[in-house]
Design a protein around this ligand. Structure first.
Ligand SMILES: C[S@@+](CC[C@H](N)C(=O)[O-])C[C@H]1O[C@@H](n2cnc3c(N)ncnc32)[C@H](O)[C@@H]1O
Length: 188
């Protein structure tokens, strides 16, 4: 187990039977996918929403319909309170492109995504606001246990259908927007 989790709180622990499908969103702001995309997490599915800003965590929780397996916590994307290999999908929406996030944190976000994902799990990066240069972003993927599977832009026919899983349409999306899907390829 990595130093990030050791002895810490595990956001995925549940009293009842363990969740078999875990979706983690980092940088929810007040607009988590449970609200923006009306995603529901029930039965064996579980959602964990994370933000560094306590007020945003409160707003995001409040914006989410009750009766779901959804947990909102104040934590940092570079030190996730999650066990190694415990997550099916980790999603960062407009976080890599957020103007105040320095490059060294982006590297840490990827380290953590790689650590917490199950083998075969997905990392999804959505940039519809102020997208960082894609070539620069892909350099951060090099040499990792993360394989870039797909990149979508508004020109692709699947764009609307895929984007709808993560946000309401027509916010600030323009032709520089993208969605990128990476897969954790082997166990660490
Ligand atoms: C531009 S908002 C993203 C809003 C929304 N997810 C979207 O798709 O538009 C960026 C969010 O990332 C959060 N954030 C900034 N640094 C973070 C970090 N190190 N770990 C987790 N969240 C962070 C900010 O508090 C803010 O709520």
């Amino acid at each position: 187990m990595s130093e990030h989790f050791e002895g810490g709180y595990n956001a995925i622990e549940r009293k009842e039977e363990p969740a078999t499908k875990v979706f983690v969103e980092v940088g929810t702001n007040q607009l988590p996918v449970t609200f923006m995309a009306k995603r529901e997490f029930k039965g064996n599915e579980m959602y964990v929403g994370i933000d560094t800003d306590a007020e945003m965590v409160r707003f995001a929780r409040h914006a989410t319909e009750e009766g779901q397996n959804a947990t909102f916590i104040e934590a940092r994307g570079e030190q996730l309170p999650l066990k190694d290999g415990s997550v099916d999908e980790i999603f960062f929406g407009n976080v890599f492109g957020a103007p105040r996030i320095p490059e060294h944190k982006k590297t840490k976000f990827l380290d953590e995504a790689e650590r917490v994902l199950k083998t075969g799990g997905s990392l999804v990066i959505k940039e519809t606001n102020t997208p960082p240069d894609f070539a620069k972003l892909t350099k951060l993927f090099a040499g990792r246990n993360l394989h870039e599977e797909r990149k979508l832009t508004p020109k692709d026919k699947e764009w609307v259908e895929e984007l709808r899983k993560y946000e309401d349409l027509g916010l600030m999306t323009d032709n520089s927007s993208y969605l990128v899907f990476l897969k954790k390829i082997t166990a660490q």
